[in-house]
Ligand binder design. Structure first.
Ligand SMILES: [Zn+2]
Ligand SMILES: [Zn+2]
Length: 344
């Protein structure tokens, strides 16, 4: 038997003893070691739903995970018992149009950790198909392994933007996703990076991670400030990682003519009023973003080589026993830390 932390209903977590699962032939049993707490976990914790995904029975949260392979099915060749692995949380159907054309993040039948009714990884053991397990080099910790998930979002945003070396970049929102996007852009050769947020602490952090300008949206008008910084030109690429109407509208106004925008931030209600004629006249390319595909090997390499620093983003560690406190802490709006990790 093993311990698992279930979200019973909004704002109520309970530990239960459940059987340790058995891996199928193509799966491994992973002993979970580190799990990052994500905004989506908090959303389920507080509201019991994200859009059309509604929690109808107790659910195990957690999807940013790394652990140790302790048992493998008989057809498994790519990982071995004892391997330390990062776990890609979404298993697609592998058969549909999107899966066959490399955009498996858009697969309609994806099974994704901690998305009702699929359980996540705030438990001791999880079985997982081994082609979605990625061994960690010796110089990477389990905590860094868990951070490969959010980092993947940043790397995929750069891919969707078609970011090229030398590009100037604005990142709207300096939460964990904004900060990994900033770092991914830097690693891919962005020349000048402007970041905006409303929390000074996050902006200081963005500067430490390599931003060139930090704009506090409570103090300055961000659109005007970016235009001032770029001589009225705007930036080549704009990443929207805040999920607000104001920042989504701003993305169109901040990007240069012919530039690229990626909308990553997801709002509870997203029917925004967008300056469409301006987007047309500027010939901007706008891409939505939903998760990521084929990013794990690249993300692990970039962290292992020291070209992206996810370690310093981890500013709070909780034990498995403290998980209720960790979720409640964040739900109460305690944004003192950048990223919290639960060590299982
Ligand atoms: Zn996440
Ligand atoms: Zn599919």
């Amino acid at each position: 038997m093993m311990r698992a932390a279930f979200l019973m209903k909004t704002r109520e977590v309970a530990f239960k003893e459940i059987p340790i699962p058995e891996p199928e032939d193509d799966e491994a049993l992973v002993k979970i070691q580190s799990v990052g707490i994500c905004g989506s976990d908090i959303h389920y914790y507080m509201h019991g739903r994200i859009g059309s995904f509604v929690i109808e029975k107790p659910l195990i949260l957690g999807h940013e995970s790394a652990g140790e392979v302790v048992h493998v099915g008989k057809k498994v060749r790519n990982v071995r018992v004892g391997d330390r692995v990062a776990m890609e949380p979404g298993i697609p159907c592998r058969r549909c149009f999107y899966c066959r054309t490399g955009n498996y993040n858009l697969c309609k039948d994806v099974v994704f950790f901690a998305t009702p009714p699929v359980n996540g990884t705030f438990c001791e053991y999880v079985t997982h198909p081994t082609d979605y397990l990625f061994p960690l080099p010796e110089n990477m910790s389990y905590d860094e392994g868990a951070m490969i998930e959010p980092l993947s979002v940043g790397l995929y945003a750069c891919k969707l933007a078609n970011l090229r070396p030398g590009d100037s970049v604005t990142v709207l929102g300096a939460g964990p996703i904004g900060l990994v996007t900033l770092q991914a852009a830097k690693a891919m050769g962005a020349s000048r990076i402007i970041v905006s947020d409303i929390y000074p602490k996050r902006l200081d952090f963005a500067m430490k991670l390599g931003a060139h300008h930090a704009l506090n949206a409570k103090e300055v008008e961000v659109v005007q400030a970016v235009l001032d910084l770029t001589g009225g030109f705007g930036t080549d690429v704009v990443f929207e990682a805040a999920g607000s109407e104001q920042t989504t509208r701003a993305s169109v106004k901040i990007v240069r003519n012919g530039g690229s925008i990626v909308w990553t931030g997801m709002a509870a209600k997203g029917d925004f009023v967008i300056p469409v004629s301006e987007a047309i006249a500027k010939e901007v390319r706008i891409s939505g973003q939903f998760r990521y595909a084929n990013t794990y090997p690249m993300a692990i390499q970039l962290v292992s080589q020291g070209r992206i620093d996810v370690k310093s983003m981890i500013t709070k560690i909780f034990s498995f026993d403290e998980i209720a406190q960790a979720l409640e802490n964040w739900a109460r709006g305690n944004l003192d830390h950048i990223k919290a990790i639960v060590r299982m």
